[in-house]
Structures are given as C-alpha cells and as structure tokens.
Design a protein around this ligand. Structure first.
Ligand code: DON
Length: 622
C-alpha cells in the first residue's frame, strides 16, 4: 500500500468506513493471508494448530467447545445421555480438571453464565475468596516493597477454592443430573489415564521450574523429574480418589470432609492461611447478569454478561456503548482499531478506579454501563490522536447512578511507572485460565470461564491430587503498584479482606439476536480476556463475521496502564504503522486470548462450534 500521511490515511479510512456502514454492507473482516500464525509458541511451551480452520464445526443439535478434545467429548457424552447444557458444562469442568492441569481445576474458581431456553439467566459466581487470616498488606514487606513471589507462588498465594461448590450450585439450580453421573468421564480420565498430547508435554516441560518446587506436583505432573513425553499415559490416582469422594459426598466432602481436612493440614504445615473453617464457610452465589441492548444492522441484540466481582461485563458494555455510533469496519483499518483502543483505555481507567467485589465496596455499576455515561467518555476521544493514559483518568459515572455518591474527588490512582515499565519488558510469560461454551438441543447455553490464575496456579498440588490457585494476586496487593501477573493497576476498593473476592477479568458472555440465542463466548488471558471477548462480540454482532472468522481475526488489547497497545503477531503491519504515527505505543504479543465460542446459524438453527486455533481448541457437535 502507498505510504500516506498517517493522519490523512486515518481520515480517508474514516470516510471509507462511514460510507461502508452507510451502505449497510456486512463482511467478514479477516483476510486469509493474515490468518497464518507461527506454528509454535516456544515461550508458552504450547503448540498452535499449523493450519487455521476457516469454517466452524456444524452440529444440528448441540455443541461443546473447549480447549481440550477429551473435555469436549465428556460434555457430548453427557448431552447424548439426555443431559442439558448445564449438566454437560459441569462434566466438561471436571474433565478439564484432569486433562488440562494448567487451568482446568477443582482448586480454583470462576464464573458460569447460564442462559436457559425458557428465558432464565444467571451468573454462578464461584470465585475464590480470601481466607480469614488474610490481611490488606500481607504481601508488603517491612521495607515497604511488594513480595510478588509470595503473592503468586506456593501456599500463601492461595485463595479458598470455589469450583466444586459452584458446580454443585449450577447443577442443582439449572441441571437435571447428579454429580455421580456428570463426573463419570472425569473420574475415568483420572483413573485410567489419558495420552499426553504434544501440547501438554510442552506445557509441562515449560512449567518444570515452578512445579519441581513442590513434591506432589513433581511426582504427579513431572513424573518425578523424568517428564512426560507425548503419547505416554498420565494417570492421576489421587485426583481420581478425590473426584470419587466428591461424586459420592458432593461439595460437602470437598469443604468439610477428608479433602478439606487434608488441605487444611497441608496449609498449616506449609505456611498457608486456609483453615477448615474457611473451607466450611465458602459460599458460591448466583448473581443477576448484566444485560444491555444494541440495535445493529437491523437486528436487536441483547448482550448478557458478568457483574462484579468480574470487571469484564462492565468494561465490555461501556466500550460497546462508546463505540455504538462510531464507525468500526475492520481490524486492518487503523481508524477502527484506534477507536476501539481509545474506548478500552477509558474503560480500563474506570476499571482501575472503581471495580471490586460489590459485597465489600460501593461500585457504580449502573452508571458505568449507562449509555449516557459512555457518550461523555466518547466525547473525550480524539479521532486522530492517541490519548496519553497519564491524562486519561477515571470519569464520573455518579450522575447516572442513583445508588452511588461520588466521593468529593474521583478515586484517582497514582501508578508506579517504573513497575509498569518492568511489566512491559518482562511479561512475555504466558498465563492460562480456560473458557468453554456449551449449547444443547433445547437451546440452553453455558459460557464458563474458570482458573487457578496463571499456568499451574500456585505450583503446589495437594496430597489429594489437585493444583491450588494463586488468585490472591488478583487483589490490589499494594495500591498504585501493578499486580505481578498482569500489570494491572487497581484501587483500594480491591484491597485484600477476609471473605472478599478479588476483582476478576473473566467474562463469559451470551448474545441474543432478536430474542434468540446467537453467540456464546469468553476467553482466558488475564485482562486480555476482556479485549479478546469484546473483539469476538464486535466481529459477530457489528462486523457480521462468520463464526470461525470471528475467532481467527487478529486481536489487540489496551488496558490503560501500561500505556501500550498490544497487537498479535498477525496484526496488519500497515495498520500498526498508522497507529504508531498517531501516537500509539504498539507492542507485539504472540497471542491474545483463547476464545472457545458457539454461534447459532440464524437461518438453519445449526450450532457453529468455533474453537480457537491459537492453542488448539476443540469443537465437537452432533
Ligand atoms: O480472574 C482473572 O482475571 C485472572 N485470575 C485470570 C487469569 C488468566 O486469565 C491467566 N491468563 N493469562
């Protein structure tokens, strides 16, 4: 393409985009040439599919999409035995706890968004909580520095796991089957073992420095240091026994029975904080999800998404409202990317200032998702120049939120810029977390994202065979200082307190089109979860992309601080240059997110399973 004066180029693209939208044209936005990624992410120890699929997997009745074929199969097995989407989702969650130890779990927590065909919706919040003995400054050393290792590795970084209680609550509220039946595939996989994939072998090898520090992890996941090769069988007898006990005794066993007892004993021996009382007191919750309406290209859309303690739903709705009247045409178009990045920058500044667990802090959720507030924020976007994050601060949503009285001065944060620079240099390390989507024949849908935080969580496996989370790092471990794993600057509202849930970015989301189920999405990736999920929503809802193109399309991410626009390697180099010329500090990240989505073909009703090829996701339908 000819080199143009960058601001002229942006103005031209803007004009083109306006014309394009005015014509009401819909097109998929990915060009095949830009879809081929490098085959292997050596940094993450994982492998991507060499050829990216262009078409989603079609199923006339039902679909399960997860990071692992064995887990997707577990969901399909339950669906074929007459289970509904929630029964299948619980089966997938337990199966992932066996076959994807980096993220699948019973030692962590997450969010399950349920959209039932009868119109009921609910967000099962099974986020981990801080133990009673935790304290606001527990990771701050006597000299005032932040002990990032204590917040991310080993027993002191562990929050009270929520997964088993969450799965039980989901099953009892929306499912039709018993734990015994839906856990059968997971128990089988743990007991009989399963062949280690190339992806898992690489991932375990990459995690060796962390896992070898903990004896049970070393024995179970590293074969006592010998390492698993692809094709070998990984059996997990301790985990199988634990799953069998849970299948018999329910969540009560995990939180009050033998599993609880052994975990509490281990915590005491190893310097962790979690006690039997902490475990017995854990409560999952069903929250009312956020819901917003958008009119796009002649259709009425409902976006149903998370409430705090996930920040994702608020950020996504705020960004969608900011973008509503702006031209967004394609990710090869610098103008479109500029608008989305500027909207992200503003929404993440609000995330940092306001968002936290609403059971503990006053959060102006209603104001932040109000279209009038978005209009105020939109008005501060310069169409041609990148703002500086230092000058973009949290807005004032109070006038749009009757329940929220703004403090005299908005909660502004003074970030530690040196720590942010360190994060930009050093954060190439890959995270984990896992998202899966399920749609059944009746049209019930589940979007579930759960985690032990980074890959292999705290690194420590219990004697009962499962890895523990290091989710305490999602709290504001020290105000103004970015958190270790994601460089997120967060406010005092997200400070550590006993019983509190740390602010999360996990954003399982469901879209209805003209009242009918249309799209089920979500992603791992720390704060990049929000951007990856948002982009798939824009691709499907606004750009009219095909299901698989909506997942394959190049991604980008801005989180306000650090003031960096991250783009994937396959992002258009022309668009990148144009963005740099209008003031964006652009950096490459190998991959952003791993979205496992299901779309519904509006004409045929078919379920379109769109697995993310970035880390070899697996869509299985029938
Ligand atoms: O809840 C959160 O936002 C994080 N614990 C998610 C962690 C994650 O996605 C790891 N991947 N990079």
């Amino acid at each position: 393409m000819r080199a143009l004066n960058p601001s002229l180029r942006i103005r031209l693209s803007l004009a083109a985009a306006v014309l394009f939208l005015a014509a009401g044209v819909i097109r998929a936005q990915t060009s095949p040439a830009s879809q081929q990624p490098p085959a292997i992410d050596a940094r993450a120890g994982e492998q991507a599919r060499p050829e990216w699929p262009r078409e989603a997997v079609r199923g006339a009745k039902a679909m399960v999409v997860s990071d692992e074929a064995l887990a997707s199969e577990a969901g399909v097995e339950i669906l074929k035995r007459g289970g509904n989407a929630v029964d299948a989702a619980v089966a997938v969650a337990f199966a992932l706890a066996v076959v994807q130890p980096a993220a699948g779990n019973i030692g962590g927590g997450g969010f399950m968004l349920v959209g039932m065909a009868d119109g009921r919706t609910g967000l099962v919040d099974y986020r981990e909580t801080a133990p009673a003995k935790s304290a606001r400054d527990m990771y701050v050393r006597a000299d005032g520095s932040l002990d990032t290792e204590a917040a991310t590795i080993g027993y002191r970084s562990v929050a009270i796991p929520g997964t088993v209680a969450g799965m039980e609550l989901a099953l009892k509220t929306y499912g039709t089957k018993k734990f015994r039946e839906v856990m059968a595939p997971a128990i089988r996989l743990a007991e009989q073992g399963f062949p280690v994939s190339e992806k898992l072998a690489r991932s375990l090898r990459a995690a060796r420095p962390l896992l070898q520090r903990f004896s049970a992890s070393r024995r179970i996941l590293l074969k006592d240091g010998a390492l698993y090769n692809a094709g070998e069988t990984l059996r997990q007898p301790e985990l199988a026994a634990t799953l069998r006990r849970i299948a018999r005794g329910g969540a009560r066993e995990f939180y009050r029975g033998q599993t609880a007892q052994e975990l509490a004993d281990e915590m005491r021996r190893m310097g962790g904080l979690i006690t039997l009382d902490d475990l017995a007191g854990y409560q999952p919750k069903i929250r009312e999800p956020l819901r917003a309406k958008f009119s796009v290209n002649g259709a009425e859309w409902d976006v149903i998404t998370t409430v705090p303690p996930s920040s994702g739903g608020v950020v996504i709705l705020n960004v969608l409202h900011m973008l509503a009247p702006l031209p967004v045409a394609s990710w090869d178009d610098a103008q479109s990317v500029h608008y989305v990045a500027e909207a992200m920058r503003r929404a993440f500044a609000d995330r940092a200032a306001f968002l936290a667990d609403t059971d503990f802090a006053k959060v102006p959720v209603r104001g932040l998702v109000d279209p009038r507030y978005a209009a105020e924020r939109r008005a501060t976007i310069d169409p041609q120049r990148a703002s500086s994050s230092e000058s973009v601060r949290a807005g004032n949503p109070a006038p749009f939120d009757a329940a929220f009285a703004m403090p005299a001065l908005p909660a502004q944060i003074a970030p530690d810029y040196a720590a942010l620079e360190w994060h930009v240099r050093e954060s190439a390390r890959s995270g984990h977390t896992t998202h899966f989507s399920v749609v059944d024949a009746a049209g019930n849908a589940v979007a579930n994202t759960y985690t032990i935080n980074e890959s292999y969580g705290a690194g420590a496996a219990t004697s009962t065979g499962f890895l523990l989370n290091d989710t305490m790092d999602d709290f504001t471990t020290q105000p103004g200082i970015p958190n270790k794993l994601f460089g997120l600057v967060q406010s005092d509202a997200n400070a550590i307190a006993p019983g509190k849930r740390a602010l999360s970015s996990m954003t399982p989301t469901i879209l209805l089109r003209n009242g009918q189920l249309s799209f089920v999405t979500g992603s791992p990736g720390g704060p990049r979860i929000i951007s990856a999920t948002l982009l798939t929503i824009l691709n499907w809802m606004r750009l009219g992309a095909d299901a698989q193109a909506a997942i394959n399309a190049p991604r980008f991410h801005h989180q306000w601080m650090p003031d960096v626009l991250y783009v994937e390697e396959k992002f258009s180099s022309e668009a990148r240059r144009a963005l740099e010329s209008c003031g964006h500090a652009v950096r490459t990240r190998f991959q952003i997110g791993q979205v496992e989505a299901i779309a519904i073909d509006a004409k045929t009703g078919e379920r379109l399973g769109a697995a993310d090829p970035r880390r070899l996701g697996a869509a299985i339908g029938y």
